[in-house]
Write a protein that binds this ligand. Structure first.
Ligand SMILES: [Fe+2]
Length: 163
């Protein structure tokens, strides 16, 4: 059995992915080159897949599966901070934001029972992947960033065929 607090922490990670989905959806409106769209779309896919993984756990422990509008609103607020930035600046800024999420998951992993450690550790690795991809993008290596993210997806976005 998990405590109320632990169920809340699992729900918090789930809502973190709801936030992530809303964030990358909003980001799709800001950066339009084919590589930027491919990378953002792949990160959106990553958040969706991760949310589905966490949904199993939230359900298993009796948490609330409802996706929170408050999480989506928070993500849209965050987008306002990057909307006037260049791609390089925005991706560098997103490294910092992902580190904050990761710090929170590192805090959570300390207190959860053993049964939950694998999923929280997975979340820490998930942020590692996003941090690495955003770093590459901020250094002008969009293609490498896409490759890195796509390599972790169950359902990677296909390469576009020329029209
Ligand atoms: Fe995420």
């Amino acid at each position: 059995m998990l405590t109320e607090q632990q169920i809340r922490e699992v729900s918090e990670m789930y809502q973190g992915e709801v936030y992530g989905e809303a964030f990358y959806c909003a980001l799709l409106h800001l950066f339009h080159t084919p590589l930027q769209q491919h990378l953002i779309g792949s990160l959106l896919q990553l958040e969706t897949e991760n949310k589905a993984r966490l949904r199993q756990i939230v359900y298993e422990y009796g948490g609330d599966l409802v996706e929170s509008d408050a999480s989506r609103d928070e993500a849209r607020d965050f987008i306002r901070r990057v909307e006037h930035m260049s791609w390089t600046q925005a991706t560098a800024y997103m490294v910092v934001a992902s580190v904050e999420f990761q710090d929170r998951y590192r805090e959570i992993v300390e207190t959860v029972p053993d049964v939950l450690k694998p999923v929280v550790n997975y979340m820490i690795e998930h942020e590692d992947l996003i941090i690495a991809a955003m770093k590459l993008a901020s250094e002008g290596e969009d293609e490498k960033a896409i490759e890195l993210v796509a390599g972790q997806l169950m359902l990677p976005l296909p390469t576009l065929t020329a029209a």
